[in-house]
Design a protein around this ligand. Structure first.
Ligand SMILES: CC(=O)N[C@H]1[C@@H](OP(=O)(O)OP(=O)(O)OC[C@H]2O[C@@H](n3ccc(=O)[nH]c3=O)[C@H](O)[C@@H]2O)O[C@H](CO)[C@@H](O)[C@@H]1O[C@H](C)C(=O)N[C@@H](C)C(=O)N[C@H](CCC(=O)O)C(=O)O
Ligand SMILES: Nc1ncnc2c1ncn2[C@@H]1O[C@H](COP(=O)(O)OP(=O)(O)OP(=O)(O)O)[C@@H](O)[C@H]1O
Ligand SMILES: N[C@H](CCC[C@H](N)C(=O)O)C(=O)O
Ligand SMILES: [Mg+2]
Length: 495
């Protein structure tokens, strides 16, 4: 595609070179640049992409886009290739990516799902509801990018714009009618989805997370709210959440149809949760004379919210209510979300991705309300992520469990024992109720050893993940395999 076409919708501050040159692709990391690519030099948080222009050109980049005039002047004089000066390189990259791939989001219905917790769960529930009624659905999210038998590699919950439009094109070419896209606050703040045209969106909730990136809850909210400012047909919103109410209110001034739901009146649908057990739950959604009653095999009040929003989005997509009622009873659920392993010894093991204070609290309360035995929790917090949530999660864990084993999650570049120290800050009043075991496998082993019939061992934080990131190493770590290995080795209940 010619540069003049690729950048037709981008406001260029300065363009130097031949606009007729063909771009064979787009790249923003010099290390992956190929012959014929346009290189976008991003001034990042860790490094400055402008320092890698030479590397990109050496690998075959035919044009460079940047916010840095000096870097571009140097490039133009040394390499005589086209250079493009823009105000915001991420925005320019997003616009070029959509153009390069032929605006694939216009070829299907993209439904964006945002919120601190419940995005993946809601996406998978909605996928099942749609697919059971014959719709062809792709997913972009934390667990990967999928469409039927096609699977794309995922590094982020919401990929960079260049990848997003590539994935959407792939899905559209294969016949996808829908893409359910988890939209993280990072993606919204960093313009990853700026040129996606959304058909609808879902808001799950906002609670404390990512304060390393957004600094304040208000900044975090403003990033999330951006999804609802895009032009779209409808937005399903949990109006029990105060941030959800603000989004709902804001939509009144737009043409987007707001579908609020919650136990508090204020939205369009009144949610009632009638039953919650360890096998599932029953809830209803009422609006005027209309009433939808759903029984599901999914566990926990929080999952009733996730499923309620999926059902309301399904309704907006004209799915048959009876069909959704049937689907809800036998949802496959998602890997690593309240995933239960019942042991021969009579206790249960729950693997769950709770990695925020709210997620952990909701899961622990659900387990408490639906079980009789003790709850033994194994958890840690990820490194190079929000530090403020660590003591909060520590106190939630210890207050809602009978015993806690604090361990490592993905320490990444941080010292694991320092992370644990910060978690313990919130546990001081309960020294008798917890211990520390830095090695996660050892911690799981200790918990399994302690468990008696009827007890539950909650292993929280890593859910579906199959790797543990320690330093710059990614080591195999599949919790279900580890639990099985420990139980099979009989190490846990020898005496
Ligand atoms: C905070 C954040 O989102 N950072 C993203 C950002 O990184 P950055 O700006 O710091 O990049 P940098 O390392 O400073 O480098 C600047 C530029 O130089 C380039 N470079 C660098 C080295 C080199 O040799 N050559 C080169 O060209 C880099 O590719 C980059 O474009 O831009 C990068 C390129 O697009 C992203 O990979 C990176 O994601 C990092 C790895 C990350 O961990 N992000 C997480 C926090 C994230 O986005 N999470 C959300 C989910 C959160 C949730 O809801 O739970 C997600 O959507 O996944
Ligand atoms: N509606 C909810 N409210 C609070 N906690 C929830 C909710 N839904 C799920 N959780 C908890 O959060 C965990 C993660 O759920 P899920 O993967 O659906 O969230 P997510 O928003 O996709 O997370 P991520 O930001 O990591 O992609 C679950 O394992 C559960 O512990
Ligand atoms: N999407 C979340 C996932 C956290 C998962 C947890 N296991 C961790 O590594 O902190 C994040 O990137 O913050
Ligand atoms: Mg997710």
């Amino acid at each position: 595609m010619k540069l003049s076409v690729l950048f037709q919708k981008v406001h260029m501050e300065w363009f130097h070179g031949d606009g007729q040159i063909d771009a064979a692709g787009l790249c923003y990391d010099s290390r992956t640049c190929k012959k014929g690519d346009v290189f976008f030099a991003i001034g990042g948080f860790q490094a400055d992409g402008n320092a890698y222009i030479e590397d990109a050109v050496r690998r075959g980049a035919v044009a460079v886009v940047s916010e840095n005039r000096n870097a571009l002047e140097r490039t133009a004089s040394e390499n005589s290739i086209p250079v493009i000066l823009v105000k915001d390189v991420r925005r320019a990259m997003s616009a070029a990516a959509a153009c390069y791939h032929g605006y694939p989001s216009n070829r299907m219905k993209v439904i964006g799902i945002t919120g601190t917790n419940g995005k993946s769960s809601t996406a998978f529930f909605l996928k099942e509801l749609l697919e059971d009624q014959g719709r062809r659905v792709g997913i972009i999210g934390t667990l990967g990018n999928y469409f039927e038998n096609w699977e794309g590699q995922a590094t982020h919950t919401t990929p960079e714009s260049v990848e997003i439009h590539g994935i959407l094109k792939e899905m559209a070419d294969l016949g996808a009618e829908y893409c359910l896209m988890e939209v993280s606050s990072h993606a919204l703040a960093l313009y990853r989805v700026e040129d996606v045209s959304f058909h609808g969106s879902i808001f799950t909730n906002i609670s404390q997370d990512h304060l390393d990136f957004h600094h304040t809850m208000e900044e975090y909210f403003i990033a999330k709210e951006k999804l609802f400012r895009y032009n779209q047909v409808y937005a399903v919103i949990n109006t029990d959440d105060p941030y959800g109410r603000r989004i709902h209110e804001g939509l009144k001034k737009t043409s987007t149809r707001a579908i609020g739901f919650g136990m508090d009146i204020g939205g369009e649908f009144l949610l009632n949760i009638h039953q919650l057990t360890d096998q599932g739950g029953v809830f209803s959604l009422k609006s005027g004379m209309e009433s939808i009653k759903i029984s599901t095999n999914q566990v926990g009040a929080f999952n009733m919210y996730n499923l309620a929003s999926a059902v309301l989005a399904g309704k907006m997509e004209s799915l048959k209510i009876e069909g959704m009622m049937e689907s809800a009873k036998r949802l496959q659920g998602i890997r690593g979300r309240m995933e239960k392993i019942q042991t021969a010894e009579g206790f249960g093991v729950i693997i769950d991705f709770a990695h925020t204070p709210d997620g952990l609290e909701k899961v622990l309360k659900t387990l408490r309300e639906t079980s009789q035995g003790r709850i033994i929790t194994v958890f840690g917090c990820g490194g190079d992520r929000d530090r403020q949530k660590r003591p909060v999660m520590g106190s939630i864990a210890v207050e809602n469990s009978d015993f806690v084993i604090v361990t490592s999650d993905n320490p990444r570049g941080e010292d694991p024992s320092a992370i644990i120290g910060e978690i313990e800050e919130g546990m001081k009043k309960y020294m008798h109720k917890y211990t520390v075991s830095i090695d996660r496998k050892d911690a799981i082993g200790k918990a399994l050893k302690m468990a008696k019939p009827e007890d539950l061992v909650l292993i929280a934080g890593k859910g579906h993940e199959t790797l543990q990131i320690i330093g710059d190493k990614k080591l195999p770590f599949d919790e279900r395999a580890i639990v099985k290995e420990l139980l099979d080795s009989n190490e846990t209940h020898k005496n």
